[in-house]
Design a protein around this ligand. Structure first.
Ligand SMILES: [Zn+2]
Length: 273
């Protein structure tokens, strides 16, 4: 069966896809991917991100592509104050569905150093302010920093919501993000029976607050991994496997899950149709 699906988080603009992006977009459409978001992470990629969106939207039989430019916390060392000006210019000139991906990431110990972490927080706050100014939801990237992200969102009274992508927090954190108006992004990790924490979150939160994403080229669903030594490139074509994994985890039929996560995606992105 084929259901209309929304891939809410892709890096489909990166060079990994330069050789076959068009074919993959057409295949994705065939398996039901009607829409996808192209997400920013570094200013150096912004022009390619925009060009990719324009190119994909020229195609006849491909998903509709949306833009969400932003400066990713993991690449904090690269970001300069003028990159925020470039971001604002894009928000003015292009049709953007959200600001992303933004947030905090303390996975690497070097990012926990006070100066670097403060820089992450400053860029996060500044981008929340831009999102507020341009009335956009945000796509959050959070790794080992859930409490601080929640704190900043509350401190800034951020009310536009969005999606907490590739959600990796626990049940209490999940509920806190939902209370602030966020949906949780579910990746191919849901196809892994050993991802116990994620299955617990999904069971507790329920279908009401979840959306699908591939996060391609990363987060390849288990079924599609060809090797344990090398990363297998993930693509939007694999999104139905994420749906399948989520439906199995929730023990709800795929059709019901597909319909609900589609509605959730539109709601999170303030799209009327
Ligand atoms: Zn991402």
């Amino acid at each position: 069966m084929r259901f209309p699906l929304f891939d809410t988080h892709t890096h489909f603009d990166v060079p990994d896809f330069d050789s076959d992006r068009i074919e993959l977009a057409q295949q994705a459409k065939i398996v039901g991917v009607e829409r996808l978001i192209l997400i920013g992470f570094s200013e150096s990629r912004f022009s390619d991100l925009i060009r990719t969106q324009h190119e994909l939207n020229q195609l006849q039989h491909a998903p509709i592509s949306y833009l969400a430019p932003g400066l990713h916390p993991f690449y904090v060392e690269q970001h300069l104050p003028e990159h925020l000006e470039r971001l604002e210019q894009i928000l003015k000139q292009e049709s953007c569905v959200a600001v992303g991906e933004i947030g905090l990431d303390t996975f690497l110990s070097q990012h926990k150093q006070p100066e670097i972490y403060q820089k992450q927080k400053d860029f996060f706050s500044n981008q929340l302010e831009l999102a507020r100014q341009y009335d956009k939801p945000v796509l959050l990237h959070i790794r080992k920093a859930h409490a601080d992200v929640l704190h900043i969102l509350k401190q800034q009274h951020f009310k536009l919501g969005g999606i907490a992508h590739a959600f990796s927090g626990g049940v209490e954190e999940a509920k806190a993000f939902i209370q602030l108006g966020f949906k949780l992004g579910i990746t191919g990790q849901i196809t892994n029976p050993n991802a116990k924490k994620l299955h617990r979150v999904v069971a507790e939160v329920g279908i009401e607050h979840l959306v699908l994403e591939t996060d391609c080229p990363d987060m390849t669903p288990l079924c599609c991994q060809q090797s344990t030594e090398h990363r297998t490139r993930n693509t939007p074509v694999n999104l139905p496997y994420v749906l399948e994994g989520l439906a199995a985890s929730l023990t709800i039929d795929e059709e019901t899950v597909a319909q609900k996560v589609w509605e959730n995606s539109l709601k999170a992105l303030q799209l009327t149709q």
